[in-house]
Design a protein around this ligand. Structure first.
Ligand SMILES: NC(=O)c1ccc[n+]([C@@H]2O[C@H](COP(=O)([O-])OP(=O)(O)OC[C@H]3O[C@@H](n4cnc5c(N)ncnc54)[C@H](O)[C@@H]3O)[C@@H](O)[C@H]2O)c1
Length: 337
């Protein structure tokens, strides 16, 4: 059995704490501890869930009873914490973005390989039930040739001060698009971004990824109130189109619609064949719970996570490229393999 500590119990870390507590209640793990520099925050959460809390993560490093940690602190601190915990023999789940630069992400992958510790990254949408179902159907060829992918991740709120929408939100899309296309990287990334409130933090970005005959578009913003909280994914194939509302993990919408091409004596005509739309129901599972359950399984079985350090590294490389493109106004090319 496994004992896990959550480092960082702010906005997102609270969800890790709640979910591990549920896994402890279900007998999947033995014990949960929490650590936050903010003593009040750690105490309140510790008391609410009746779990041990502390403020100095070094105590967890030297605690032989702690097998693994979830690192849910600000992204700039991920590298140092993940490094120290792996070197101390603990397995690590680090939130996305894994690090703020690719050299550090690469180093963490090397440390994981050298120490044999599990390194998983919180690319939560790889654990989303509707995404898994969609990927399965794409791989079966149900959608034909993928022609277009797009995602909107729009909301309205106070901007972060430590990173813009490319690292905070777009990191999900660059990973998702490569996952769906079965590719490590696209051929190129081009990004247009805007900063209205802070000079160095973009609140809106359109990331375009070129996969050859398929283009993928990610529209990210926390400046747009008009749609509420919108988080969706659309995949257009030559045979069918799919839509996922990320906020509804139990639904995959299918549009059985295609454009058929006909040739009449050398003249090409296009006809729309529309056989209607339907929703595939998927058994409900909370993506974060799936992710943490998978982490525990990898710890116990010593297996590679489906969102491992290399996946985290690729996402950081792409986020870095997207930001570079937004700054220079030019595409960033990737080696074609
Ligand atoms: N996977 C997702 O969908 C998702 C969603 C939101 C945030 N995140 C990621 O989670 C991480 C945390 O984001 P957040 O919005 O919760 O931040 P936050 O600022 O709300 O919380 C961070 C917490 O970490 C604590 N902390 C900082 N350094 C610490 C240290 N050395 N030891 C112990 N505690 C420390 C802070 O006191 C704070 O309570 C970020 O990397 C973010 O990108 C992921």
């Amino acid at each position: 059995m496994t004992s896990i500590a959550v480092i960082g119990t702010g906005y997102w870390g609270k969800n890790h704490v709640r979910t591990y507590s549920e896994l402890a209640d279900e007998g999947v793990i033995d014990n949960v501890k929490i650590c936050d520099l903010d003593e009040k925050r750690a105490r309140e959460l510790g008391e609410a869930f009746n779990i041990e809390y502390l403020t100095d993560y070094k105590e967890l490093i030297s605690d032989p009873k702690v097998d693994a940690v979830s690192i849910v602190t600000p992204s700039a601190t991920h590298f140092q914490l993940a490094k120290e915990f792996m070197e101390a023999g603990k397995d690590v789940l680090v939130e996305k973005p894994m690090t703020m630069d690719s050299a550090q992400a690469k180093k963490l992958v090397e440390i994981s390989e050298d120490t044999g510790q599990i390194l998983m990254v919180g690319h939560i949408f790889r654990h989303h039930p509707a995404v898994k179902e969609l990927k399965h159907r794409i791989d079966l060829g149900e959608f034909g040739k993928i022609q277009h992918i797009s995602s909107n991740r729009l909301s309205f709120g106070a901007p972060r001060k430590d990173m813009g929408v490319i690292y905070a939100l777009g990191i999900h899309e660059v990973d998702m698009f490569c996952y769906l296309m079965d590719r490590e990287y696209p051929y190129s990334i081009f990004t247009a971004a805007s900063q209205c409130l802070q000079t160095d933090i973009e609140e809106t970005a359109m990331i375009t990824m070129d996969f050859g005959s398929t283009r993928a578009y990610a529209f990210e913003s926390w400046l747009i109130a008009a749609y509420g909280k919108q988080r969706d994914l659309v995949v257009v194939g030559s045979e069918k189109t799919a839509k996922i509302d990320y906020l509804k993990p139990q639904e995959l919408q299918i549009f059985d619609i295609r454009v058929a091409e006909q040739d009449f004596n050398g003249n090409t005509t296009f006809n729309v064949e529309n056989e209607g739309s339907y929703t595939i129901p998927i058994p409900y599972a909370e993506p974060l719970k799936e992710e943490l359950r998978h982490f525990v399984k990898c710890i116990n079985d010593r297996t590679k996570p489906i969102s491992d350090g290399t996946i985290g590294l690729h996402a950081v490389v792409m986020a870095e490229a997207a930001l570079e493109s937004a700054t220079t106004g030019k595409s960033v090319e990737f080696t074609r393999s």
